[in-house]
Ligand binder design. Sequence first.
Ligand code: 2U9
Length: 372
Amino acid sequence: MTLEELKRQAELSLSDLGVHDEAGVTAKFAEARETMGRERTSLVSRSTDLHFPRRVREFRNLILARGHGLVARIKENWLDATPKHLKPAAGRAFNSLRIIAEELLEEESILNIAKLGKTLELEERLDLTLPGNRRPLGSLHPVTQMQREIEEIFLNLGFRIESGPEIESVYYNFDALNIPESHPSRDDWDTLYIDSRTVLRTHTSPVQIRAMEKYGAPLYIIIPGKCYRHDNPDASHSPMFHQIEGLAIDCDITFADLKGTLDFFAKKLFGEKVRTRFQPSFFPFTEPSGEVAISCIFCGGEGCRVCKESGWIEVMGCGMVHPQVLRNGGIDPEKYTGWAFGLGIDRFAMMKYDINDIQLFFQSDVRFLQQF
Ligand code: 2U9
């Protein structure tokens, strides 16, 4: 029976349709099920058609819509209106019709079949002898690779990786680090202010203050992350760059520990032949402070264009944590001492991969990135 015919008969009672016994009831309901099943199959066979999802919904409503759907009409006329002696047979037949109708019309399954149909139909069209379309494998960004290489060295030394907010308070980014109000780094020439008390962090040092407050001493942590400075982008400066800082606080930490650790780090990263040189420097948050240089990795220290014939390349800063900074972190400088260092990860990646323009890291040019 066609769907149109089923719709017409669903408006009539079974006795109007000449059904007067249980066999007739079962046969009539079987006809209805068969019609719905066939309609569904032909619907799915047209699954590649653009309007398929809409047709599925329409067919679903036609069959299952509350009140005027076919199943509802059949319930009213073939079940509710059926004489008592045929009710049990009609009840059983109707229940199986409703269940099948719902399963038949479970939208998702129809759409999946459709998809399958589409792929099947695609496959028919697909020439499997054609080469597959290669999905070029990506790789880690060179700055990320350098960061992980540095993290690995300190993780193996028993340090933990800490992280913290990039939008920081003036207190944690400057005050707690002993950086005086008048210090030039506070100028909005150097720092990106969100408002008078909030900045984009200019270094990861504020995370160390937070860690000292949170964990106290002893503390062995490294803090990698993005930092921001009001810098005009050029070959060696970017307003957003990556830093990693390290902090070791314990009851007998000395400058010798600092030198030994950073010398070990440099040899692990640039090779055992590399030598380190420490020269006095100044940072508000360390006293004494040092500038660390490594023997030039391009000329082995003989002198070349990169190291400006000096044989040395300055790579990072360090120092013993200033007692006031320890106090700001809630640590008693009478009991504990500590060392800290800071380096620019992008600069280390430029050295390692011999890249002369920091902007290349942030231009998302796949021709550049796929080299790593
Ligand atoms: C605390 C105590 C001490 C972190 C340090 C440096 C030296 C340093 C520069 C490296 C390259 C910044 O990105 S850069 O320009 N940083 O030279 N940073 S000592 O000293 C700290 C930090 C936090 C609590």
